[in-house]
Design a protein around this ligand. Structure first.
Ligand SMILES: *Cc1c(COP(=O)(O)O)cnc(C)c1O
Length: 383
């Protein structure tokens, strides 16, 4: 079965991990810091914190922004559930914003309208979590100017988007947001096995996230609340977590980061091959709309189908012929945990997207033969 995504591991990736295995520190050593610095440099942001997974990074983003019980957080309606769960971990209420079915990204017209209504009802959110679905940035300029009007914080769930660019700056630069978050799960643009990161330009947010990622423990003498009781002394100032990344993982992440430019290029080349072929073969599949002048990280190649087959029929036929296509994603509000508090009919964009979307296999090591196999199967299925 050809899966929708997979990692690419080089000999150098393997060697750098083995080096750490032979070193003194498997965790809390120097490689995590080196990875963080390299991430901040690559994304042109001031601070980076590497953690154990993308979900932890999203949770820390909410903690850093002081999201608390009964706060309201808005989330793009089509994403992996972690995009919304992070706010629930903090006791916040989650409400969803509809997407544009053509791009899969948060719809700024809907957002503007929802903000106006919320202002009238006194129900403005404390933060908005936007998702760069498939690797393409949302319209951050518009989103940021809307949120500024109402003093709303912005988290970019950029788990799909490391390597992409928005207005000629790397996604993760936080030019139009408070915090950006990445995941290094094996299907994502780079991997550290499991892993994630939080990027920000605000020192206070970076410090708070770091505190919560390490049990809420402070060792720095200047930051102690009580006076020091000896050289062993440290104090716990907040109820934090152990969200650390190991040096083993950071070594893989650092080595992969050096390959990111190449990965992004390959992903874009494959995407172009698909797009050109779908058009020339006149297949009933429409690629997600791409905004001009930006660079997608192409974590996913999503098409919307209008064939004579139902979505389940198409899925079954593709899987029978060895193509492990997937659906990213079931709208979050349709999951039982969220369904009771959300009226699905208020999200026509998300529903329209959900009923036609399909992710085709896309990963850097995909060869042309495999790409043509996918296209042949698609074409046979629609006959
Ligand atoms: C993968 C992913 C996450 C969660 O990342 P993990 O590293 O698996 O915890 C969150 N949001 C989106 C959009 C993702 O794709």
């Amino acid at each position: 079965m050809i899966g929708y995504g997979r990692q690419s591991i080089s000999q150098e990736d393997i060697d750098t991990v083995v080096d750490v295995l032979n070193s003194n520190s498997l965790t809390q050593g120097p490689v995590v810091n080196a990875f963080e610095k390299a991430l901040a440099d690559k994304c042109q942001s001031k601070h980076a914190l590497a953690v154990c997974n993308g979900t932890a990074a999203l949770h820390l983003a909410c903690l850093a922004l002081e999201i608390e019980k009964d706060d309201l957080v808005w989330v793009s309606s089509v994403s992996f559930v972690a995009s919304a769960n992070c706010a629930k971990y903090c006791g916040a209420e989650v409400s969803f914003v509809d997407i544009d079915p053509n791009s899969g990204l948060i719809c700024t017209t809907e957002l503007a309208q929802k903000l106006k209504n919320a202002e009238n009802n006194g129900l403005l959110p404390k933060a908005l979590i936007v998702v760069h679905l498939a690797g393409q940035s949302c319209d951050m300029k518009t989103i940021s100017s809307l949120c500024q009007q109402y003093d709303i914080k912005i988290i970019e769930d950029a788990c799909h988007a490391l390597g992409g660019q928005y207005e000629s700056k790397p996604i993760g630069s936080c030019q139009y947001s408070d915090i950006s978050v990445f995941s290094f799960h094996p299907v994502k643009p780079i991997t550290s096995g499991e892993g994630g990161a939080l990027l920000t330009n605000k020192k206070e947010l970076a410090n708070r996230a770091r505190l919560y990622a390490n049990h809420g423990i402070v060792r720095d003498e200047e930051k102690l609340q009580h006076s020091t009781q000896g050289p062993w002394y440290y104090e716990m100032q907040a109820l934090g977590y152990n969200y650390r990344l190991t040096d083993l993982q950071a070594a893989l992440g650092l080595s992969q980061l050096k390959r990111l430019t190449d990965f992004t290029l390959k992903r874009n080349q494959i995407a172009k091959l698909y797009t050109d072929a779908l058009e020339s073969m006149k297949l009933p599949f429409q690629h997600l709309q791409q905004s001009i002048g930006q660079i997608s990280a192409y974590h996913l190649y999503v098409v919307r189908q209008s064939s004579h087959l139902s979505q389940s029929q198409l899925f079954k036929r593709m899987h029978e012929q060895g193509i492990g296509c997937q659906l990213h994603y079931i709208p979050i509000f349709m999951h039982p945990y969220y369904a009771a508090s959300t009226d699905a009919q208020s999200f026509p964009g998300a529903l329209e997207y959900y009923h036609s979307a399909l992710s085709l296999p896309l990963f850097p090591d995909m060869d042309e033969k495999t790409i043509h196999k996918v296209l042949n199967v698609l074409s046979n299925c629609c006959r």
